[in-house]
Structures are given as structure tokens and as C-alpha cells.
Ligand binder design. Structure first.
Ligand code: COA
Length: 308
């Protein structure tokens, strides 16, 4: 049976960066506090670029990497919680920008788990034989949803987009698990037209228990052990969360690549941006086993087991 294989990746990060020292000019914080509590040193913030602009640029780069033409795409899926328009959806805006005329286009909101849910959806369409070539994008302008007076949240987030071109092949996505708990919605919330509010400690506790739990369940379901995985590509929210997952899975930190020091938490874009960075630097080799996993508002969480 065909599954979804990632043919190529692309990403876009705004040129404008904001350092921890810059933030200490606007809220009562310090580089030291942010660095030690989160691992974040700076983040990219959009200045003029919309979510759709960033998504389209990441898409162009992914298409060019994979050698596929926009006209060959059957579907565009954009995971975002920070679209620049309520309608048309971001995926339709990307379609118009890149000329993917035959693609079916829609957005999906699962906050920071968005790319995982979108890639699982793409894989399901491909496995069902409905579509062949799908562009999966995570794109966020979190800076538009952040309360820049709230030091508890504004230090965490960044903007950017990452994209993956997936196609029907024998190897690729092997399996996925995902979940949601709507009752925990208030823990990480953003009302329409308002800004993000968060109970940081609750999110932290949830993440450090749920991510290892779902990764272990996914590996067990596929009769694999944590050692069989070459890289764990985790949602880039906080270095302490990632280090804790590495300890709980008893796997070396080298298997947990990170770029949150320079990107912050880019929500649905964090996993595809990191994937693209690793892909372009030649770290990902054909045949390697990867686990992608993350968590976010909803609450939502997910994990994907795949061959590169
Ligand atoms: N700079 C300086 N001090 C800060 C601060 C900042 N940016 N933000 C909060 N503080 C203060 C608090 O006011 C508190 O002060 P108090 O003890 O006088 O009340 C103290 O630091 C400790 O706050 P606390 O919330 O307990 O810190 P923490 O160790 O839990 O770290 C987070 C806060 C947000 C970094 C951490 O909880 C976290 O990363 N949670 C997960 C969030 C996340 O990943 N969200 C996205 C999910 S997709």
C-alpha cells in the first residue's frame, strides 16, 4: 500500500529578529531568565509578511527542493492558528500565489500540534488512494496574537513557516497516534480578536508526561523500541521540555535536534522548520527512522513514526 513520503522541504523565517535583551526593554525580564527557563535566545518576527506570504515562500522552496511543479499538487493543507484572513483560508491564498491550480485547499487548526495533524491527514488521503501529491505547510504569525505586555508569554513565541511536499510511495509515514482534550482548553487560550493567555506550569506538566507517553505507545504499537529511532523531531517549545522527554525515553540528547534558541516557539511551523533545517544540512539520510511529536492548545498532541 502506498503511503506518504516527504520528497522535499522548505522554510521561511522573517529577517527581523528580536533578542531577549530587546524584550527586556519592553517587559520586566532578562536574557538570563529566558535562556535558563526556556533555552530561547532570539526569535524571528514578521514585519510586513503575512502568514500566507510566509507559507507561500516555504512552499516554493519545498517544491523547488523536491523537483515538483505546483501544477502537480492535488492538495494544499495549511496548519495555522494565526491566519491573516478568516477567509479565504491560508491554503487557498498559497494556491493563488504559487499557481497550484488543480489543488484542493484547506486549513487545519490544532495549534502547535497542527503540522502533525496535517501530515497525518495527508498520509490518510494518500493511503486511501484519494490523492498523490500533497503540500503540507505549518505557518504562523504568533506575534499578532501575543500580548506584548505579558512577560509570561511574549518571550516564548516567534513567526515563520515550514513546508513539506509529500507523495505516494512505498516508504514514508508508517503510523501515527494523536489525541485531544477539550476540557483543558482554558490552559492555553486565545479568544477571537484577543491575545494568548496561558498557564505555563500546567502546559509544562502536560507536555513532559504526554509526549513520552504517546511516543512510547506509538513505538510499542509498531513493535519498535526507542533505540530504533534515529531522530526525535519534537515541537520546539522549551529546551527543558525536550531534555525531559529525552531523559524519560532514555535516549541521548543528540537524537533531539533543536533550533528553538534562534526561533522560539513557532507553533504549527516549528516541526517543519526544523525538518527543513536538518534536511538541508544533510543530517537526514534516506532510510532513517524518525519520530515527530508535539503538543499544543486544545489541548492536542500527536506523534508520527516515519522513514525518511
Ligand atoms: N521574566 C522574568 N520573570 C518571569 C517571566 C519572565 N519572562 N515570566 C514569569 N516570570 C516570573 C513569574 O512571575 C514568577 O514570579 P514569582 O515567583 O515572583 O511569582 C516566576 O518567574 C516563576 O514563574 P513560573 O511560571 O513558575 O516559571 P516557570 O519555571 O514555570 O517558567 C514558562 C515559565 C512559561 C517558561 C514555563 O512554564 C513553560 O515553558 N511552560 C510551557 C509553556 C509552553 O510551552 N507553551 C506553549 C505550548 S505549545
Amino acid at each position: 500500500m502506498a503511503t506518504a513520503r516527504i520528497l522535499g522541504t522548505g522554510s521561511y523565517l522573517p529577517d527581523h529578529t528580536v533578542t531577549n535583551d530587546d524584550l527586556s526593554q519592553i517587559v520586566d525580564t532578562s536574557d538570563e531568565w529566558i535562556r535558563t527557563r526556556t533555552g530561547i535566545c532570539s526569535r524571528h518576527i514578521a514585519k510586513g509578511e503575512t502568514t500566507a506570504d510566509m507559507a507561500a515562500e516555504a512552499a516554493r522552496r519545498a517544491l523547488s527542493f523536491s523537483g515538483m511543479q505546483a501544477e502537480e499538487l492535488d492538495m494544499i493543507l495549511v496548519a495555522t492558528v494565526s491566519p491573516n484572513k478568516a477567509m479565504p483560508n491560508t491554503a487557498c491564498q498559497v494556491q493563488a500565489k504559487i499557481g497550484a491550480d488543480k489543488a484542493v485547499c484547506f486549513d487545519l487548526n490544532a495549534a502547535c500540534s497542527g503540522f502533525l495533524f496535517a501530515l497525518s491527514t495527508a498520509a490518510a488521503y494518500i493511503q486511501a488512494g484519494v490523492y498523490q501529491n500533497i503540500l503540507v505547510i505549518g505557518a504562523e504569525a504568533l506575534s499578532t496574537l501575543v500580548d506584548w505586555k505579558d512577560r509570561g508569554t511574549c518571550i516564548l513565541f516567534g513567526d515563520g513557516a515550514g513546508a513539506a511536499v509529500v507523495t505516494a510511495e512505498e516508504d514514508g509515514v508508517i503510523d501515527q497516534l494523536s489525541g485531544s482534550d477539550g476540557k483543558k482548553g482554558p490552559v492555553l487560550n486565545c479568544d477571537t480578536g484577543s491575545t494568548i493567555s496561558m498557564n505555563g506550569q500546567e502546559v509544562f506538566k502536560f507536555a513532559v508526561s504526554k509526549v513520552p507517553e504517546i511516543v512510547n505507545a506509538l513505538l510499542e504499537k509498531n513493535q519498535m523500541s526507542a533505540e530504533d529511532v534515529d531522530f526525535y523531531i519534537l515541537h520546539q517549545a522549551n529546551k527543558r521540555i525536550i531534555d525531559s522527554v529525552s531523559r524519560r525515553l532514555k535516549q541521548p540528547e543528540e537524537k533531539f535536534p533543536m533550533n528553538l534558541d534562534s526561533c522560539g516557539n513557532t507553533s504549527g511551523a516549528s516541526i517543519p522548520i526544523l525538518l527543513d533545517e536538518l534536511n538541508r544540512s544533510g543530517k537526514l539520510l534516506r532510510g532513517q527512522t524518525l519520530v515527530l511529536s508535539g503538543f499544543g492548545a486544545g489541548l492536542t498532541w500527536g506523534a508520527i513514526l516515519m522513514k525518511w
